[in-house]
Design a protein around this ligand. Structure first.
Ligand SMILES: NC(=O)c1ccc[n+]([C@@H]2O[C@H](COP(=O)([O-])OP(=O)(O)OC[C@H]3O[C@@H](n4cnc5c(N)ncnc54)[C@H](O)[C@@H]3O)[C@@H](O)[C@H]2O)c1
Length: 418
């Protein structure tokens, strides 16, 4: 049976996309190499934060199925690749999953098919890696089949913007490829933004995330000297934000995490260095600054204990929220991990509380606190790392012996802010 679209890779990006297309009335199949996850999806269980088990049941009722059988690609009008692009040890992107997913598509490519890459990657990937693999069977991109890149902009946990109402950037191998891809996304996305080609679409994604990375580094660096100069940076940002043009607020924090901000700018800097032989200095500096934040928070924690006449060695330090952002369960690249290790290195006894994380393994001994109130009251120092909506930070700060707020959300003098 023919299907409108096969989504390849059913993770944080692919599954919400599959839901949006299914809701729009398209026939959708998901293909993933993870057998256990495919079985669990077909049994009605969601593994991503933004979709509930009810959402999966609803998708299934509308005809969605997941499979590990790549031959389903042969039945689809369009294939959208949403597989991971992690970093290699030396800093460049690991395109192993993109390559094997593209090879699977190539084996089942048919004339007239649309192939879209959504995985975040360096400029040129669609044209230089994906296209040659797809063309090995003799069909040509832009002539026999359509090829495009469309970056995924999903913001996990965002209740206002999801796949349907976040504008979708689309860049095709040829203008006709762009139009075919735009028409497909136009069936379930409100606004489609066309670029000149695949490289512009690839680079647009990297510009967005580099912009965030650099601006977060700017306020992180300011947080360090403002503290020493006794200037409340949170108040500064609030005041600057009143300017109705030319300023966008970014906030300091204990470090950047997740799969996008700490990783994506590397694709660009690696590419610039490899092709042009010089560094992308903004990205490298931002990385350097953001990477120092967990150690900076640990040092501030040490100072807070010191001011109270307590040694960090042997002190009970409780971390609140260990995911990479608030209100989701995703722990990838969370700055809580280096922070916990730094505190442990200083001799502190580290415990954590997180309503979204049952088990946490930062490679040191940590104890999970089940009783939030009791753990907050008994710790020598509480550090708010992620302000999950379950936390009432001011109330917790009032009951804690010492409270260090790395998110700038407390209003009372019971807390020290980053
Ligand atoms: N998570 C985000 O917030 C986010 C936002 C924007 C862009 N992205 C980008 O989207 C891409 C996917 O990210 P994600 O967070 O969805 O990853 P993920 O790890 O949540 O999911 C990826 C899925 O792809 C599957 N997979 C791996 N290799 C495969 C193959 N050869 N064939 C079929 N399936 C395969 C995995 O089993 C997994 O289920 C990455 O390039 C990422 O940078 C992610």
């Amino acid at each position: 049976m023919a299907v409108d679209i096969v989504i390849i890779g059913l993770g944080y990006v692919g599954l919400p996309l599959a839901r949006e297309a299914t809701l729009a009335g398209m026939s959708v199949v998901g293909f993933d190499v993870n057998k256990a996850m495919v079985e669990s999806l077909n049994a009605g269980r969601s593994h991503v934060d933004d979709l509930s088990d009810d959402d999966i049941a609803d998708m299934t009722r509308r005809g969605f199925t997941a499979t590990t059988d790549a031959s389903v690609i042969a039945t689809a009008d369009a294939a959208v690749i949403c597989v991971p692009t992690p970093l290699l040890k030396e800093g460049g992107p690991d395109l192993g999953a993109v390559q094997s997913a593209t090879e699977a598509v190539a084996r089942h490519l048919h004339p007239g098919m649309l192939v879209v890459l959504e995985s975040t990657t360096y400029p040129g990937t669609t044209d230089e890696l994906v296209r040659p693999i797809l063309e090995t069977g003799g069909l040509l991109a832009g002539k026999d089949f359509h090829l495009a890149f469309s970056p995924e902009r999903i913001d996990p946990g965002n209740k206002d913007f999801g796949p349907g109402n976040t504008p979708k950037v689309v860049g095709g191998h040829t203008p006709a490829c762009t139009e075919v891809a735009a028409a497909m996304y136009g069936r379930f996305v409100d606004t489609v933004v066309r670029t000149k080609g695949t490289r512009e679409a690839e680079t647009a994604k990297l510009l967005e995330n580099t912009y965030r990375h650099v601006n977060i580094a700017l306020v992180n660096e300011m947080a360090k000297f403002c503290h020493r100069l006794d200037i409340d940076l949170w108040d500064v940002i609030r005041a600057a934000s009143s300017k109705p043009f030319g300023f966008q607020a970014f906030y300091p924090g204990p470090g950047v995490g997740g799969h996008c901000i700490p990783i994506d700018p590397n694709y660009l800097s690696h590419n610039v260095r490899q092709r042009l032989g010089y560094p992308f200095r903004f990205v490298e500096l931002a990385e350097e600054i953001n990477a120092t934040m967990p150690a900076y928070v640990a040092r501030r924690a040490q100072n807070i204990l010191n001011d109270a006449g307590l040694a960090t060695s042997g002190a009970n330090v409780l971390l609140l929220g260990v995911t990479y952002k608030a209100n989701i369960a995703d722990e990838r690249e969370s700055p809580a991990v280096p922070l916990a290790r730094d505190l442990n290195g200083l001799g502190a006894k580290v415990s954590y509380h997180d309503p979204y994380v049952e088990e946490w393994h930062p490679d040191i001994d940590v104890v999970r606190a089940d009783d939030l109130e009791g753990a907050v009251a008994s710790a020598d120092l509480v550090i708010l790392v992620q302000n999950h909506r379950d936390y009432d930070a001011d109330r917790l700060a009032a009951t804690a012996k010492r409270f260090f707020d790395t998110r700038g959300v407390t209003r009372s003098d019971d807390a020290q802010r980053l």
